[in-house]
Design a protein around this ligand. Structure first.
Ligand code: PEP
Ligand code: MN
Length: 337
Protein backbone atom coordinates (compact mmCIF):
# COMPACT_ATOMS: atom_id res chain seq x y z
CA UNK A 1 0.00 0.00 0.00
CA UNK A 2 1.00 3.63 -0.47
CA UNK A 3 -0.28 6.27 1.91
CA UNK A 4 0.15 9.90 0.90
CA UNK A 5 0.35 12.05 4.01
CA UNK A 6 -1.27 15.46 4.24
CA UNK A 7 1.35 18.18 4.10
CA UNK A 8 0.44 19.45 7.59
CA UNK A 9 0.24 16.04 9.25
CA UNK A 10 0.99 16.04 12.99
CA UNK A 11 3.49 13.63 14.54
CA UNK A 12 0.75 12.02 16.66
CA UNK A 13 -1.40 11.38 13.60
CA UNK A 14 1.54 9.85 11.78
CA UNK A 15 2.28 7.56 14.69
CA UNK A 16 -1.34 6.39 14.82
CA UNK A 17 -1.27 5.58 11.07
CA UNK A 18 2.01 3.68 11.38
CA UNK A 19 0.61 1.67 14.28
CA UNK A 20 -2.52 0.81 12.29
CA UNK A 21 -0.35 -0.34 9.36
CA UNK A 22 1.76 -2.49 11.70
CA UNK A 23 -1.44 -3.89 13.17
CA UNK A 24 -2.32 -5.22 9.71
CA UNK A 25 1.06 -7.01 9.68
CA UNK A 26 2.37 -4.62 7.04
CA UNK A 27 5.93 -3.28 7.28
CA UNK A 28 5.82 0.52 7.14
CA UNK A 29 8.59 2.58 5.51
CA UNK A 30 8.43 6.36 5.61
CA UNK A 31 9.51 8.11 2.43
CA UNK A 32 10.16 11.85 2.14
CA UNK A 33 10.83 13.20 -1.33
CA UNK A 34 11.10 16.66 -2.93
CA UNK A 35 7.42 16.37 -3.77
CA UNK A 36 5.70 14.64 -0.88
CA UNK A 37 5.66 12.45 2.22
CA UNK A 38 4.54 8.87 1.93
CA UNK A 39 4.23 5.70 3.94
CA UNK A 40 4.88 2.55 1.96
CA UNK A 41 3.44 -0.59 3.51
CA UNK A 42 4.62 -4.00 2.38
CA UNK A 43 2.71 -7.12 3.31
CA UNK A 44 0.35 -9.63 1.90
CA UNK A 45 -2.73 -9.66 4.07
CA UNK A 46 -5.99 -8.53 2.50
CA UNK A 47 -7.52 -5.57 4.31
CA UNK A 48 -10.33 -3.10 3.97
CA UNK A 49 -8.83 0.15 2.72
CA UNK A 50 -11.50 2.10 4.62
CA UNK A 51 -10.04 0.90 7.92
CA UNK A 52 -7.09 3.24 7.33
CA UNK A 53 -8.25 5.67 4.67
CA UNK A 54 -10.44 7.71 7.01
CA UNK A 55 -7.66 8.41 9.53
CA UNK A 56 -6.56 12.00 10.11
CA UNK A 57 -3.47 13.11 8.23
CA UNK A 58 -4.05 10.94 5.17
CA UNK A 59 -4.44 12.62 1.79
CA UNK A 60 -4.88 9.40 -0.14
CA UNK A 61 -4.31 5.67 0.14
CA UNK A 62 -3.74 3.17 -2.65
CA UNK A 63 -3.38 -0.57 -2.87
CA UNK A 64 -0.34 -1.42 -5.02
CA UNK A 65 0.45 -5.10 -4.91
CA UNK A 66 3.48 -5.01 -7.26
CA UNK A 67 6.96 -5.43 -5.76
CA UNK A 68 7.74 -1.89 -6.90
CA UNK A 69 5.21 0.59 -5.58
CA UNK A 70 6.11 4.27 -5.73
CA UNK A 71 7.12 4.05 -9.39
CA UNK A 72 3.96 2.15 -10.31
CA UNK A 73 1.31 3.84 -12.41
CA UNK A 74 -1.36 2.24 -10.24
CA UNK A 75 -1.44 5.07 -7.71
CA UNK A 76 -0.28 8.21 -9.48
CA UNK A 77 -2.88 9.91 -11.61
CA UNK A 78 -0.52 12.38 -13.23
CA UNK A 79 2.58 11.07 -14.95
CA UNK A 80 5.93 12.36 -13.70
CA UNK A 81 7.14 15.53 -15.35
CA UNK A 82 10.88 16.22 -15.36
CA UNK A 83 11.35 19.96 -15.53
CA UNK A 84 14.99 20.93 -16.11
CA UNK A 85 14.28 24.65 -16.12
CA UNK A 86 14.52 27.14 -18.99
CA UNK A 87 11.54 25.49 -20.66
CA UNK A 88 13.23 22.09 -21.03
CA UNK A 89 10.73 19.45 -19.97
CA UNK A 90 10.54 15.69 -20.35
CA UNK A 91 7.02 14.34 -20.04
CA UNK A 92 4.40 12.01 -21.36
CA UNK A 93 2.74 13.49 -24.39
CA UNK A 94 5.92 15.33 -25.33
CA UNK A 95 9.05 14.16 -27.06
CA UNK A 96 12.59 15.07 -26.04
CA UNK A 97 15.77 14.34 -27.92
CA UNK A 98 19.11 14.00 -26.14
CA UNK A 99 22.20 13.62 -28.27
CA UNK A 100 25.95 13.88 -28.20
CA UNK A 101 29.06 11.74 -28.17
CA UNK A 102 29.55 8.56 -26.22
CA UNK A 103 32.56 10.16 -24.50
CA UNK A 104 33.43 13.78 -23.86
CA UNK A 105 36.83 14.14 -25.54
CA UNK A 106 37.84 17.77 -25.11
CA UNK A 107 36.87 21.42 -25.43
CA UNK A 108 36.81 21.61 -29.20
CA UNK A 109 34.59 18.55 -29.48
CA UNK A 110 32.22 19.99 -26.86
CA UNK A 111 31.98 23.30 -28.71
CA UNK A 112 31.28 21.59 -32.04
CA UNK A 113 28.67 19.31 -30.50
CA UNK A 114 26.88 22.20 -28.82
CA UNK A 115 26.83 24.19 -32.06
CA UNK A 116 25.49 21.19 -33.94
CA UNK A 117 22.78 20.42 -31.40
CA UNK A 118 21.74 24.05 -31.14
CA UNK A 119 21.36 24.24 -34.91
CA UNK A 120 18.84 21.41 -34.58
CA UNK A 121 16.98 22.89 -31.60
CA UNK A 122 18.24 20.19 -29.21
CA UNK A 123 18.65 21.36 -25.61
CA UNK A 124 19.98 18.26 -23.82
CA UNK A 125 23.49 17.03 -24.58
CA UNK A 126 24.70 13.59 -23.63
CA UNK A 127 28.29 12.52 -23.05
CA UNK A 128 30.30 10.43 -20.63
CA UNK A 129 33.14 11.74 -18.49
CA UNK A 130 33.23 8.54 -16.44
CA UNK A 131 33.14 5.67 -18.90
CA UNK A 132 32.46 2.07 -17.94
CA UNK A 133 34.60 0.13 -20.42
CA UNK A 134 34.84 -3.61 -20.91
CA UNK A 135 38.61 -3.30 -21.27
CA UNK A 136 40.71 -1.46 -18.68
CA UNK A 137 42.97 -0.28 -21.53
CA UNK A 138 40.17 1.59 -23.34
CA UNK A 139 39.53 5.33 -22.88
CA UNK A 140 37.89 5.81 -19.51
CA UNK A 141 36.82 9.44 -19.68
CA UNK A 142 38.05 12.93 -18.77
CA UNK A 143 36.57 12.80 -15.28
CA UNK A 144 35.47 15.76 -13.23
CA UNK A 145 37.79 18.24 -14.99
CA UNK A 146 36.17 17.39 -18.31
CA UNK A 147 32.73 17.81 -16.76
CA UNK A 148 33.62 21.28 -15.45
CA UNK A 149 34.76 22.46 -18.89
CA UNK A 150 31.63 20.99 -20.46
CA UNK A 151 29.42 22.64 -17.87
CA UNK A 152 30.83 26.11 -18.53
CA UNK A 153 30.33 25.78 -22.27
CA UNK A 154 26.90 24.21 -21.91
CA UNK A 155 25.69 26.87 -19.50
CA UNK A 156 26.81 29.63 -21.85
CA UNK A 157 24.81 27.97 -24.64
CA UNK A 158 21.70 27.16 -22.56
CA UNK A 159 22.37 23.44 -23.04
CA UNK A 160 21.47 20.83 -20.39
CA UNK A 161 23.83 17.99 -19.48
CA UNK A 162 23.11 14.30 -19.03
CA UNK A 163 26.10 12.23 -17.95
CA UNK A 164 26.86 8.95 -16.25
CA UNK A 165 27.73 8.61 -12.58
CA UNK A 166 29.52 5.38 -11.73
CA UNK A 167 30.01 5.47 -8.00
CA UNK A 168 28.73 7.01 -4.79
CA UNK A 169 31.82 9.14 -4.18
CA UNK A 170 31.34 10.96 -7.51
CA UNK A 171 27.90 12.34 -6.69
CA UNK A 172 28.91 15.22 -4.43
CA UNK A 173 31.58 16.55 -6.78
CA UNK A 174 29.49 16.10 -9.92
CA UNK A 175 26.27 17.55 -8.52
CA UNK A 176 26.75 21.24 -9.37
CA UNK A 177 27.57 20.41 -13.00
CA UNK A 178 24.88 17.89 -13.90
CA UNK A 179 21.29 18.34 -15.07
CA UNK A 180 20.47 14.62 -15.30
CA UNK A 181 22.51 11.76 -13.87
CA UNK A 182 22.67 8.64 -15.97
CA UNK A 183 22.96 5.26 -14.27
CA UNK A 184 24.54 2.96 -16.82
CA UNK A 185 23.45 -0.54 -17.72
CA UNK A 186 26.33 -2.02 -15.72
CA UNK A 187 25.27 -0.14 -12.59
CA UNK A 188 21.51 -0.60 -12.64
CA UNK A 189 21.75 -2.96 -9.69
CA UNK A 190 24.42 -1.05 -7.80
CA UNK A 191 22.06 -0.56 -4.89
CA UNK A 192 24.46 1.62 -2.90
CA UNK A 193 24.65 4.02 -5.84
CA UNK A 194 20.85 4.01 -6.24
CA UNK A 195 20.36 4.64 -2.51
CA UNK A 196 22.70 7.61 -2.65
CA UNK A 197 21.04 9.06 -5.77
CA UNK A 198 17.86 8.97 -3.69
CA UNK A 199 19.29 10.65 -0.61
CA UNK A 200 22.25 12.63 -1.87
CA UNK A 201 20.80 14.71 -4.71
CA UNK A 202 17.54 16.03 -6.01
CA UNK A 203 18.76 16.18 -9.60
CA UNK A 204 16.88 13.92 -12.03
CA UNK A 205 18.25 10.43 -12.59
CA UNK A 206 17.86 8.34 -15.74
CA UNK A 207 18.27 4.63 -15.01
CA UNK A 208 19.22 2.39 -17.89
CA UNK A 209 18.07 -1.16 -18.12
CA UNK A 210 20.66 -3.71 -17.05
CA UNK A 211 22.34 -5.72 -19.77
CA UNK A 212 20.45 -8.82 -18.67
CA UNK A 213 17.91 -7.08 -16.48
CA UNK A 214 14.18 -7.69 -16.60
CA UNK A 215 11.61 -4.93 -16.82
CA UNK A 216 10.59 -5.53 -13.20
CA UNK A 217 14.21 -5.34 -12.09
CA UNK A 218 14.54 -1.96 -13.80
CA UNK A 219 11.42 -0.75 -12.01
CA UNK A 220 12.78 -2.03 -8.70
CA UNK A 221 16.01 -0.13 -9.29
CA UNK A 222 13.95 3.02 -9.80
CA UNK A 223 12.07 2.20 -6.59
CA UNK A 224 15.37 2.38 -4.70
CA UNK A 225 15.95 5.97 -5.82
CA UNK A 226 12.35 7.07 -5.27
CA UNK A 227 12.13 5.50 -1.81
CA UNK A 228 15.46 7.12 -0.98
CA UNK A 229 13.84 10.51 -1.53
CA UNK A 230 14.27 11.44 -5.19
CA UNK A 231 11.17 11.22 -7.39
CA UNK A 232 12.74 12.87 -10.41
CA UNK A 233 13.35 9.71 -12.39
CA UNK A 234 13.46 8.53 -15.98
CA UNK A 235 13.84 5.00 -17.30
CA UNK A 236 15.80 4.01 -20.39
CA UNK A 237 15.54 0.94 -22.60
CA UNK A 238 18.99 0.42 -24.16
CA UNK A 239 18.84 -3.15 -25.37
CA UNK A 240 19.55 -6.40 -23.58
CA UNK A 241 21.95 -9.22 -24.19
CA UNK A 242 20.34 -12.17 -25.92
CA UNK A 243 21.60 -15.12 -27.97
CA UNK A 244 21.55 -12.88 -31.07
CA UNK A 245 25.05 -12.05 -32.27
CA UNK A 246 24.24 -10.01 -35.40
CA UNK A 247 23.63 -6.90 -33.30
CA UNK A 248 25.45 -5.53 -30.24
CA UNK A 249 22.30 -5.83 -28.12
CA UNK A 250 18.67 -6.66 -28.76
CA UNK A 251 16.60 -3.48 -28.50
CA UNK A 252 13.52 -4.54 -26.57
CA UNK A 253 10.77 -2.33 -27.89
CA UNK A 254 8.31 -4.48 -25.96
CA UNK A 255 9.83 -2.95 -22.84
CA UNK A 256 8.98 0.57 -23.99
CA UNK A 257 5.31 -0.32 -24.39
CA UNK A 258 5.19 -2.34 -21.16
CA UNK A 259 7.00 0.32 -19.12
CA UNK A 260 4.59 2.97 -20.37
CA UNK A 261 1.79 0.87 -18.93
CA UNK A 262 3.48 -0.01 -15.64
CA UNK A 263 5.03 3.26 -14.54
CA UNK A 264 4.27 6.95 -14.39
CA UNK A 265 7.95 7.74 -15.09
CA UNK A 266 9.03 9.00 -18.52
CA UNK A 267 10.49 6.28 -20.74
CA UNK A 268 13.47 7.05 -22.96
CA UNK A 269 14.79 4.84 -25.77
CA UNK A 270 18.50 4.49 -26.60
CA UNK A 271 18.70 3.00 -30.09
CA UNK A 272 22.48 3.56 -30.31
CA UNK A 273 23.33 1.01 -27.63
CA UNK A 274 20.11 -0.87 -28.40
CA UNK A 275 21.31 -2.10 -31.75
CA UNK A 276 24.90 -0.91 -31.82
CA UNK A 277 25.10 -0.54 -35.59
CA UNK A 278 25.24 2.95 -37.08
CA UNK A 279 23.24 2.12 -40.21
CA UNK A 280 20.33 0.77 -38.17
CA UNK A 281 20.05 3.37 -35.43
CA UNK A 282 17.48 5.40 -37.35
CA UNK A 283 14.77 2.77 -37.92
CA UNK A 284 15.04 1.59 -34.32
CA UNK A 285 14.76 5.16 -33.06
CA UNK A 286 11.65 5.74 -35.15
CA UNK A 287 10.14 2.44 -34.07
CA UNK A 288 10.70 3.29 -30.41
CA UNK A 289 8.71 6.49 -30.86
CA UNK A 290 5.81 4.47 -32.24
CA UNK A 291 6.20 2.08 -29.28
CA UNK A 292 5.50 5.04 -26.99
CA UNK A 293 8.86 6.46 -25.91
CA UNK A 294 8.77 9.93 -24.35
CA UNK A 295 12.23 10.66 -25.69
CA UNK A 296 15.23 9.27 -27.52
CA UNK A 297 18.90 9.49 -26.55
CA UNK A 298 21.44 8.78 -29.27
CA UNK A 299 25.15 9.08 -29.96
CA UNK A 300 26.48 11.59 -32.46
CA UNK A 301 29.98 12.83 -33.31
CA UNK A 302 31.51 15.02 -36.00
CA UNK A 303 33.70 12.12 -37.15
CA UNK A 304 32.39 8.84 -35.69
CA UNK A 305 35.38 6.93 -37.12
CA UNK A 306 37.59 8.94 -34.77
CA UNK A 307 35.37 8.83 -31.68
CA UNK A 308 37.12 7.64 -28.50
CA UNK A 309 34.31 5.15 -27.84
CA UNK A 310 31.30 3.56 -29.53
CA UNK A 311 32.12 5.00 -32.98
CA UNK A 312 30.52 1.99 -34.66
CA UNK A 313 27.07 3.04 -33.45
CA UNK A 314 27.57 6.81 -33.62
CA UNK A 315 25.96 9.04 -36.27
CA UNK A 316 27.77 11.89 -37.98
CA UNK A 317 26.13 15.31 -38.09
CA UNK A 318 24.35 14.77 -41.40
CA UNK A 319 22.97 11.45 -40.25
CA UNK A 320 21.96 13.04 -36.94
CA UNK A 321 20.12 15.86 -38.68
CA UNK A 322 18.18 13.42 -40.81
CA UNK A 323 17.31 11.32 -37.78
CA UNK A 324 16.17 14.35 -35.78
CA UNK A 325 13.94 15.48 -38.63
CA UNK A 326 12.45 12.03 -39.07
CA UNK A 327 11.94 11.55 -35.34
CA UNK A 328 10.00 14.79 -35.16
CA UNK A 329 7.85 13.72 -38.09
CA UNK A 330 7.27 10.32 -36.50
CA UNK A 331 6.25 11.98 -33.25
CA UNK A 332 3.73 14.13 -35.15
CA UNK A 333 2.38 10.97 -36.77
CA UNK A 334 2.02 9.29 -33.36
CA UNK A 335 0.19 12.32 -32.00
CA UNK A 336 -2.25 12.20 -34.90
CA UNK A 337 -3.44 8.69 -33.92
C1 PEP B 1 26.59 5.19 -22.70
O1 PEP B 1 25.51 5.79 -22.63
O2 PEP B 1 27.56 5.56 -23.39
C2 PEP B 1 26.70 3.88 -22.01
C3 PEP B 1 27.86 3.42 -21.56
O3 PEP B 1 25.50 3.27 -21.92
P1 PEP B 1 25.09 1.84 -21.31
O4 PEP B 1 25.27 1.98 -19.83
O5 PEP B 1 23.67 1.69 -21.73
O6 PEP B 1 26.00 0.81 -21.91
MN1 MN C 1 28.25 4.70 -25.55
Amino acid sequence: MIIQFEQEIEEGQKEAIINRVKGLKYKPTEVKTQKGDYLVGTGSKEFDIRSIGSMDGIKDIHIVSDGFKLVSRKWKVNPTVIDLGDGVVIEEGGFQIMAGPCSIEGEEQIRKTIAHLKSQGITIMRGGVYKPRSSPYAFRGLGIDGLKVWYELAKEAGMKIITEVMQVSQIAEMDPYVDIYQVGARNTQNFNLLDELGKGTDKPVMIKRGISGTIDELLSSAEYVFSGGNERLLLCERGIRTYEKATRNTMDLNAVAVLKEKTHLPVIADPSHGIGIRAHVEPIALASIMAGADGVIFESHEIPEEAYSDGQQTLNYNESNRLIDRMRKTFELRKSF
